[in-house]
Design a protein around this ligand. Structure first.
Ligand code: TEU
Ligand code: CA
Length: 545
């Protein structure tokens, strides 16, 4: 495998709206991020993925862009953006921009022109169809945010297509002018010195609406190869696609270097295991056996071809410690266990802001406290369809995107040090105990656990390139594995339950002499015989050959 700089990178995702507010308007901003670069440097990450900061009416918090080459006023100015790039680069931190090109905002000048007249030069930048004879939409495709995917435009008497909110019209990727305009815009950003792109819902751009194909459409990979050639292909950037529909086979198409598409993709198979029949509003408990199977499959399948991205959560997902750990009694232990499990896998790890503190889901008691468009839309759709208020509030508590979006907890002052005024979304009341100041003052904190994991990855090629083998594969509560590279062997053992667990590692050779690398309880000096793991106990050790 040819080495790439992003193979041993660790990425930190920032949701700018919720990270740090520098000018006291309750909304995080670019100067706020700049003021925290030393904190991120101290953590040890070398790439930042910024959720969108472009000009936007904020119908979907910036995933609805009205100008790709301007910064939203609430986040700052283009000068601030250039300063962020400069200050980050000085600390050897690269900045990856979020590229949202499946759709634009309905306030983008392209769409304003497109809907003004059928003869607009931008009409074909979007997807328009006539109504059926009875006035109904062309087909029954639905929006991912609830309701139908077609919106009637009374001025030009056609429907336009939107896979997300009706204020996010889909671009028509069959139009070469759309391709050209997006490529030009990407090249402009590349010239500003960015480190790469995270490509929002990129598996939706090759769609074929009339056949009702939206994900993984027939034109997808040729469009990506074309984009690669026209923009980042020869620039040595990190590119990661958000691909909800990826199987390992599909992920190899994207990330096999021979194919010149992307560095890697985010796959969501492990995430949707807790969604009943793929529906996030019907959460079900995690079955560790399935979780292990999925993670193992991805490690094995992408061993020699393609590259994995590793993540437990992001700005759309619940907090990892709440979903896969225990956010009450064993919050610290389970957050460290999850971190260890992920950071010893093969692939590029992503940390979502606050994960390094073990930030948790938030409990909102009233619907008014939620701000997210998907949450509010689905509350309406589902309660109108007969789901009770209580059931829906429980589902929101588990899976609303706002769980990830409560303000970053910097200290125990009012509003958690995120802002001096009431933030746009309520702070999680547990900020009094869970915050950066506390974490930095405690040498045993989750923060320092992450810092150590990142250091280990930087110094041990076995963590980056080692061969993966599952250990104790049939154990119901423990996820263990080996990583092996040249003369190095690492064993990683993780108890995913709050109960003690017994296991024997006799299938592993070389237990006699182990060197402790990291753990969440005092190091063990002996791994022979039957072990009893403590609640959420987790450790990694170096084994002799
Ligand atoms: O997400 C795509 C997407 O399908 C999820 O948002 C989905 O709606 C659900 O929340 C999964 O839990 C991307 C962005 O990450 C998201 O923030 C945007 O809202 C969306 O695209 C539209 O740009
Ligand atoms: Ca602000």
């Amino acid at each position: 495998m040819q080495k790439q700089w992003w193979h041993d990178a660790v990425v930190y995702q920032i949701y700018p709206r919720s990270f740090c507010d520098s000018n006291h308007d309750g909304i995080g901003d670019l100067p706020g991020i700049i003021s925290k670069l030393d904190y991120l440097k101290n953590l040890g990450v070398n790439v930042l993925w910024l959720s969108p900061v472009y000009q936007s009416p904020m119908d979907d918090n910036g995933y609805d862009i009205s100008d790709y080459q301007a910064i939203a006023a609430e986040f700052g100015t283009m000068e601030d953006m250039k300063c962020l790039l400069d200050q980050a680069n000085r600390r050897n931190i690269k900045v990856v921009m979020d590229l949202v090109v499946n759709h634009t905002s309905d306030e983008h000048p392209w769409f304003i022109s497109a809907k003004s007249s059928k003869s607009s030069p931008y009409r074909d930048f979007y997807i328009w169809r006539d109504a059926n004879a009875d006035g109904s939409p062309p087909n029954d495709l639905g929006s991912i945010f609830g309701g139908g995917a077609w919106e009637w435009d009374a001025t030009t008497e056609q429907y336009y297509f939107h896979l997300f909110s009706k204020r996010q019209p889909d671009l028509n990727w069959e139009n070469p002018n759309v391709q050209q305009a997006v490529h030009d815009m990407m090249n402009w950003w590349i010239e500003q010195g960015i480190g790469g792109f995270r490509l929002d819902v990129i598996d939706l751009i090759g769609k074929e609406i009339d056949k009702k194909i939206t994900g993984n459409g027939p034109r997808l990979h040729s469009l990506l190869q074309q984009m690669n050639r026209a923009t980042f292909g020869d620039k040595d950037l990190l590119t990661v696609g958000e691909t909800w529909g990826a199987t390992p086979e599909i992920a190899k198409l994207y990330s096999d270097p021979e194919r010149n598409e992307l560095s890697m993709v985010f796959q969501f198979e492990h995430i949707t295991l807790t969604w009943k029949d793929g529906d996030k509003w019907q959460p079900i408990p995690l079955k560790l056996s399935e979780f292990k199977q999925v993670l193992t499959k991805w490690q094995v399948e992408l061993e020699n071809q393609g590259w994995n991205s590793l993540f437990w959560n992001n700005h759309d997902l619940p907090r990892a410690v709440s979903k896969y750990g225990d956010d009450a009694k064993y919050r610290v232990e389970s957050a460290k266990m999850l971190a260890t499990t992920l950071h010893f896998l093969k692939g590029t790890p992503y940390i979502y802001q606050g994960e390094e503190l073990g930030m948790t889901n938030v409990e909102f008691h009233s619907l008014d406290e939620y701000q997210d468009i998907e949450t509010l839309n689905f509350y309406k759709v589902r309660t109108e369809a007969g789901v009770s208020h209580e059931e829906m509030m429980a589902a929101l508590h588990e899976n609303s995107r706002d769980n990830a979006r409560t303000p970053m907890q910097w200290n125990d002052q009012e509003y958690a040090g995120f802002s001096t005024v009431k933030p746009w979304l309520k702070v999680n009341p547990n900020y009094v105990d869970i915050n950066v100041e506390q974490a930095l003052a405690d040498s045993d904190s989750i923060f320092y656990h992450y810092q150590t994991l990142i250091q280990l990855r930087k110094t041990m090629p076995v963590i980056v390139y080692g061969h993966f083998t599952p250990v104790c594969e049939s154990h119901e509560a423990v996820f263990a594995y080996l990583r092996e590279h040249e003369d190095d062997r690492i064993l990683v053992v993780n108890n995913f339950s709050k109960e003690p667990q017994t296991l024997s590692l006799s299938e592993v050779a070389g237990l006699g002499s182990v060197e402790h690398l990291i753990g969440n309880y005092p190091p063990r000096d002996n791994l022979n015989g039957e072990l009893t793991l403590l609640p959420f106990e987790s450790f990694a050790v170096k084994l002799q050959r």
